[in-house]
Design a protein around this ligand. Structure first.
Ligand code: BGC
Length: 376
């Protein structure tokens, strides 16, 4: 961690010129495919602790609901804390994300918060950040093989997978029922380091039942590479699943359960089932509590999801930003679990929460995350 206090003081006087340099001009012209937002904080931030320094926030895409929420939450919280924010979405395109980050660095951002598209693709651009003494917080997804990363803030992703696996064990009563039960597996983008934890956490629970023959994967597609979904895209999950249904489940064979790592892939699975499957409706897992998926949970088409309250993650990251800027230490970080190839990155893990038809109202509506109307 580096001292940022002096640069914080200097920056107050530079906000206006930074605003011009970072965000508006550079990123809009050089990365036209992506969305970009830069705004100065409101003048009357009584409790703000930041001195208007420019923080770059790089999100992977606007295509998935959660990144819009993450980006907007981060922006709002950072601005409320007195920072200026250059928020960019990279349309799930790695070169776009790299060039947006380059522009943030060139434009005077003093700290970068990055949810990477591909954890392994940012090493080179982040060398520039390191040279300029710009700290980097890896947001939700760990950035691999770069020693420019100061902190990592995420949810406990292994626990996400574990909860999905345990739900399946419970629902099928795998410890007592004779089975066998048919299961298929859909996970996410192979370049997203989180996939190792989602898939790994779930498979650590389920593999013994597969070995025992109680869970049968008729497609034979079990390895991570075979069950991955590029960019976590709903369409890609749907077409792979349509092929699975037509090859293995179109003759009256029941599919009992689909382990889907997140909601965008679960949506693809449900679309494929609705269009092509005539057997008994399977258990379908998910993660994120996206609006479309909560609606499917209410309609009985998806069995569970995992609620990752992006407001909590955003607040934690703002705390990290503040601590870095003030040269303070952050207490209570996990300093053992997340090695990005250059060493362990001190990490903060938010808790993922199981969600289903029985508790979604309390979790999502009572907490103000969604309104009743959002889910109708
Ligand atoms: C996030 C998940 C999300 C997925 C697809 C992962 O890195 O942790 O919450 O569903 O990306 O965007």
């Amino acid at each position: 961690m580096r001292k940022k206090l002096l640069s914080a003081l200097l920056s107050v006087a530079m906000v206006a010129s930074l605003l011009v340099g970072c965000g508006n001009g550079a990123s809009e012209t050089e990365a036209p495919a992506a969305d970009t937002e830069t705004e100065a904080p409101a003048d009357d931030e009584g409790s703000a602790s930041g001195g208007g320094q420019l923080i770059g926030v790089s999100m992977p895409t606007k295509d998935l609901q959660r990144w819009n929420q993450d980006g907007e939450n981060m922006k709002a919280e950072l601005e409320a804390a007195g920072y200026t924010v250059d928020l960019q979405f990279a349309s799930n395109d790695i070169p776009t994300q790299v060039s947006q980050i380059e522009n943030m660095i060139a434009g005077g951002c003093e700290l970068l918060v990055i949810a990477s598209i591909d954890g392994d693709s940012l090493g080179t651009v982040l060398e520039q950040a390191k040279e300029k003494d710009i700290d980097v917080i890896a947001y939700d997804r760990l950035i691999m093989n770069s020693d420019a990363v100061t902190y990592y803030a995420t949810f406990d992703n292994y626990l996400v997978g574990q909860k999905q696996g345990e739900f399946i064990v419970e629902q099928l009563d795998l410890d007592n029922a004779a089975g066998p039960f048919n299961m298929e597996i859909v996970t996410g983008d192979p370049g997203d380091n989180n996939v190792n934890f989602f898939y790994g956490g779930a498979m650590d629970v389920l593999q013994p039942y597969i070995d025992e023959g109680k869970l049968v994967v008729k497609s034979g597609q079990v390895e991570k590479a075979d069950v991955a979904t590029a960019n976590w895209a709903t369409d890609a999950a749907q077409s792979r699943f349509e092929a699975i249904i037509s090859s293995y489940y179109s003759d009256g064979t029941n599919l009992d359960v689909v382990l889907a790592s997140n909601d965008s892939t679960a949506l693809g699975v449900v679309n494929a089932l609705e269009a092509n499957y005539t057997g008994e409706w399977p258990i379908v897992t998910g993660q994120d509590c996206d609006v479309a998926n909560v609606k499917n949970i209410i309609a009985g088409k998806q069995s569970m999801s995992i609620f990752k309250d992006t407001r909590t993650l955003a607040s934690k990251v703002v705390e990290m930003v503040d601590a870095i800027m003030k040269g303070e230490e952050i207490a209570g970080l996990d300093t053992e679990t997340y090695d990005n190839g250059t060493g362990v990155i001190p990490s903060y893990l938010c808790e993922p929460v199981f969600a289903d038809v029985n508790n979604y109202k309390e979790l999502l509506i009572d907490s103000g995350y969604y309104s009743e109307g959002d889910l109708q």
